[in-house]
Design a protein around this ligand. Sequence first.
Ligand code: SF4
Length: 311
Amino acid sequence: MVNDQIGGIHVLPPLVINWHITEACNYSCKFCYAKWQAERETRELIHNPARSRQLLEALYALFGPQAPDNPLSGRMAYRGVRLTLAGGEPFLYRRLCLDLINVARGIGFEISVITNASRLGIAEMRELAPNLSILGISVDSGNDHTNGAIGRKDGKGVALSLGDLRERIAAARSINPKINLKINTVVNAHNWQEDFSDAIGQLCPDRWKVLRVLPARTDALVITQAEFDAFVARHRAFRNIMSVEDNADMTQSYLMIDPHGRFFQNRVGRPGYDYSAPILEVGAAEAFKQIIFSPSGFVSRYPSVELPEVA
Ligand code: SF4
């Protein structure tokens, strides 16, 4: 069993729960998978702070380190629980999102966010950065034309430049020197031939997550295995920080919640998601039973998580 080691002490990483708080985004990426089917016309939970808090409390009561009925007990070991807020673009709802982070910290979660960073100015960063373990930023090209082709621009045709992004990251790091920076890149039909060396060199992430575009909803911008492999091989100089996720690696290996407070999973072999009932209606334990989550799949992405020996 491999764990992170600091000064000879084994350190388990946290369990990660990804809550996609909204499907709204100011960009329009053609491959965007942030679309969920609502069973009925319900507002996204983020707009109701009291119910958002209830959801987080229910999750922590089920998966927190002291949880008596943790369904993952005996299946994997971890230190604490990290809540990753994602979207859509979570900071479209700047105040709600920042308040939610304070609530989640109070409950006991570590926090990370996945954002396109376009709405994170210095004022937001001052409030956000001290609360974050990981700042995750999606960067799919260093080239303005390619960002346009992907759809990574707002309604006015504006995308964050690499220079702007560098400044925001520098601000986050100066406010919270312990913050970890993760860059997420979705490799797709428009960027698989791009050389990211300069962009990654400028941003200096602690981790660079390279994901093959996932046909979760649409086949837009899909690439072949050979094209994905070529992208990865071109960037082998970054292998120490790069973690590569092909489509199979993304199936059942994430613990994910949609904007309506349901667990969901990527379907196997066909586009779309499978959903649980809403967690606030049936309880977190019952909802969790309704989806498939693979501890071994999770571990393969976080190789320092411990799995018990199976007899
Ligand atoms: S930035 Fe992310 S959430 Fe927004 S459109 Fe692109 S892929 Fe979707």
